[in-house]
Design a protein around this ligand. Structure first.
Ligand code: MG
Ligand code: ZN
Length: 389
């Protein structure tokens, strides 16, 4: 009897002992699969990226993002990014930066004075990420929902002591190696006050395909990747998205297709996309303006991330130059009706989130200067073009 009980207990013990061990062997298999996936992600994150995309929401602090997320059904594209960091946005002459110094920090890696476009604090021109990429044979692109000569896009190709020198900046774009651009500001090219030049004719004579909203709706433009391309979305500033501006998403999609096709040498491409008017909503202290612009920007981020996920060799960075408005989500706000509170009609000096996806993204966690974004990206621009050698 004792023996029977003992053997029964043993059998019973083995039976129950077996079950968890079976389970654990199954979960080990699953665990191994998970580990393999993690390994793949880590490996691909450690590779140098081929394509570099930086997307700048002008004036898009954490509150702008949060408000847009709630109104957008409690979701925002930035949630798809595995790496989040913070940058210190101050400029060389002010704790509160403007967009010119802010963009020059990203494009050149220099802390410079407010108003500076691609020049250091001694007004000396500094080589930009885009110029580095172009010099290495990478196709380049710029999209903005402001004029294309406005501070943020200008800092990637232009070198001017003063951000308001729009006609000079237009001359520099016409001579630049920017392969693809979409934005407003046609008047600075063909209705110039400082000279009688028609830069649109000049660009076309040099082989660039140039279209505008008067001639052809953006969606109907047939873009040839063998030519440089430019499209003017407005004579001056483009409209707010709430008033019918609708080119950011199709321009993003066409830029990705164009640059990918134009990159016949497989060197990778460089693309900067700006959600320019999030800042303008902040200056106007209008929650609805901020939120509609940020949701559109997030939708463009989704398109870029879809491309990057399929491509697996694209590093995507989302950030802002600064916060605008000292914006807060006030007490009594509901998910679909944000009560905005503002402390300023100008920019503020808070740290700014950086969201990173793709190979190299792990470099962007932590807290660092805004200039570190250039320092990290320029290494990847250089390694991208030499990656095949
Ligand atoms: Mg801007
Ligand atoms: Zn601003």
């Amino acid at each position: 009897m004792k023996l029977f009980f003992t053997s029964f207990s043993l059998v019973f013990f083995l039976f129950i002992a077996c079950k968890p061990s079976q389970k654990s062997s199954i979960s080990t298999v699953e665990g191994k699969q998970e580990n393999r996936e993690v390994d793949l992600k880590v490996r691909s994150a450690n590779q140098a990226p081929k394509n570099i995309i930086i997307m700048i929401g002008d004036g898009m602090g954490l509150t702008q993002t949060t408000a847009a997320m709630y109104v957008n059904g409690n979701k925002i594209a930035f949630e798809r990014f595995p790496v989040v960091g913070l940058h210190k946005s101050y400029s060389s002459d002010n704790l509160v930066t403007d967009s010119a110094a802010g963009a020059t920090a990203f494009s050149c890696g220099k802390k410079t004075y407010n108003g500076a476009i691609g020049v250091d604090s001694d007004t000396v021109a500094c080589p930009t990420l885009l110029e580095n990429a172009a010099a290495l044979g990478m196709p380049t692109g710029l999209i903005a929902t402001s004029t294309i000569v406005h501070a943020t896009p200008a800092a990637f190709f232009g070198h001017e002591a003063l951000r308001s020198s729009y006609e000079n900046i237009a001359l520099q774009l016409a001579d630049s190696k920017v392969d693809f651009f979409v934005g407003g500001g046609k008047k600075f090219f063909d209705q110039r006050e400082s000279d009688q030049r028609n830069l649109i004719n000049e660009m076309e004579a040099k082989g660039r395909q140039v279209d505008d909203y008067f001639e052809t709706p953006f969606e109907q433009v047939d873009i040839d990747p063998l030519q440089q391309f430019g499209y003017f979305t407005a004579n001056d500033d483009p409209l707010p998205v709430a008033q019918g501006r609708n080119y950011l998403i199709p321009a993003t999609e066409k830029a990705l297709q164009y640059l990918d096709k134009r990159d016949v040498a497989d060197d990778g491409f460089f693309l900067m996309i700006e959600g320019s008017q999030i800042d303008w909503g902040g200056h106007a202290n209008l929650s609805e303006y901020i939120i509609s612009e940020t949701i559109e920007f997030s939708n463009a981020v989704d398109k870029v991330l879809d491309f990057a996920e399929a491509d697996e060799e694209t590093l995507v960075i989302i950030t802002a130059d600064h916060e605008t408005g000292g914006y807060a989500i006030g007490y009594g706000s509901k998910q679909d009706s944000i009560i905005g509170a503002f402390t300023s009609d100008y920019h503020t000096g808070t740290m700014i989130p950086v969201y990173a996806y793709g190979p190299g993204s792990e470099d962007f966690s932590g807290i660092y200067e805004n200039t570190a974004i250039y320092d990290k990206l320029v290494q990847y621009v250089k390694s991208s073009a030499s990656r095949k050698n």
